[in-house]
Design a protein around this ligand. Sequence first.
Ligand code: ADP
Length: 603
Amino acid sequence: MNIRAQLTFRYIIIVLLVLFAMYLYLGTALKGLLSDRITEDLEVHAALTREILIEKLPPKDNFTYDAIDSLVDRLGQTSPARLTFIDIEGIVWGDTERDGAALRAMDNHLTRPEVQDALQFGSAIRDRYSDTTQTEFRYYAMPIYRQTSSTEAADLIGICRVALPMETVNTAIGNLRQIVLFASVAGLILAIVFSIFSTGVIIKPIEKLTQMTQSLAAGRIDSRVPVDSKNELGRLSRNFNLMADRVQGQIDQISEEHRRLETILTNMGEGVLLVNGAFEITYANPTAISMLSLPETHIGKALIEINRIPELQALLQMTEQTEAVAFAEIRLGNITEPEAEITVVPVAAGEEYVIVVHDVTKERQLERIRADFVANVSHELRTPLTTIRGYAETLLNEDATQTKAQEQFVVKILNHASRLSRLVSDLLELSRLESGDVKLKRTPCHLNTFYEPILDVFEPILEESELVLRWNIPENLPQVSVDQQLFMQVLVNLIDNAIKYTPDSGEITVSAETRPRETAEEPNTHSEEIVVQVRDTGIGIPMESQSRVFERFYRVDKGRAREMGGTGLGLAITKHIVLRHNGRIWLESTLGEGSIFHVAIPL
Ligand code: ADP
């Protein structure tokens, strides 16, 4: 049952109850009132009749049927009531309902209850069935007294009785009931009409609201309800409209942001892929589709099923385990496929992963071309340089030079040629390391094995510049697995720099220790590493250059470095060698006080 029917139904029930109560109350109240009125009428009638009878009745001994009945009939003509006169013996002398023989044949009325009551109490009222007329009557009886002389007491001469048939009373009550019933029915109809109208006032706005919310739910976000009142329902409608405005505003905003994001994702050079916890694709932008050669129906498919790149799967699994961003450079298939930097970012606690694929094929190609070019040029320069140096040395040795000036020129040629060939061999070394052509020949050894060879290299120069080299590596240090030749080069480069950039009579200290290994990528591994430190009391490196000294050709003071015979490649080569050993290199330095280079190699 809808609200309207419920409300109407309740209204009608209430009205029915009220009307029923009214009908009952009015029925009884009016019945009492009417019957009182009738009784009063009878009383008045009886009193009037009695007065006339007292006056007009013949003396008691002269009672005749003719005289009294005609008197009674005359008196009765003025009202619908039945009038009877009974003498004190109970004989009925006059009655409006009986005449002649019928009157004479009437019973003795002395035993009638109203007559008895009237004689006993002065007046009486009775509703009872009349044997004479065979109908229900209301009787009112009064005794009639008459004074025969002024000295004597009044004589009772008879009873005056007035009666109205009950039918009259009942008809009046019936009429009244009918009126009340009619009023009730009219009230009911009015109530129904009113309830339909008044429920309509409430229901209509609610229906409109319902329709609006239905169309909102169906996605027609621009639907609104008309607000045509200021009452509670009007306010409710207005609030609904406001709410819908808000929702529409937010949806518009979200759609706009979605559209923007979609445009960015569609047009960006990087491939973006979303996979769920089961590594099934939930989104792929056009770049990702083309880079990973995804089929048209890729949504919902497991990535491994449509793109068999084990490295990518491994990267995803690693991200799943560590719940941290993972990064790798992967070739997306065979040699013809692009090379890509892939970043996997876990989202929402491992329930989703964002994979960003950045094509680096071109960069890598350019790097290779550049490296190849450098290697080729260096290689091509080697032979002519050797020839130049050979001839210059020959010129010097064979004393073929004519003058001092010529000799100086030849020495200069030799020096520059040597510098150039150092540069060329450094460049070649760097390209070899970068290309990955160098295979590490790792053998376990104690760091002290490097002491003798180092001393062989640097002893003359140390003596010359009055520098002290302290070798502080404890004997009980564990062995470290390194490519001895390359690691020797690391130590040589670092000590060479320390000597170059430390003024005479300074001090260079080489020390080493083991430490627990804690790197950013593997925060919880409990392995150890050996850290070698090369410390000098030299000129130091300014703060802004500290992060750049490992770049190739970077020199803090170009003139000085060149003067020192540096190529600007030493630290770049050193860093490459350390990285090939999975190690780290970093420095601490204070300008004017000295520098410390740290090299960490995992054990
Ligand atoms: P170079 O062959 O010029 O020494 P490196 O790559 O070995 O090239 O070093 C790069 C630059 O770092 C040097 O030119 C120098 O300015 C600075 N440098 C390296 N080691 C030290 C050091 N121990 N003290 C001060 N400066 C240094």
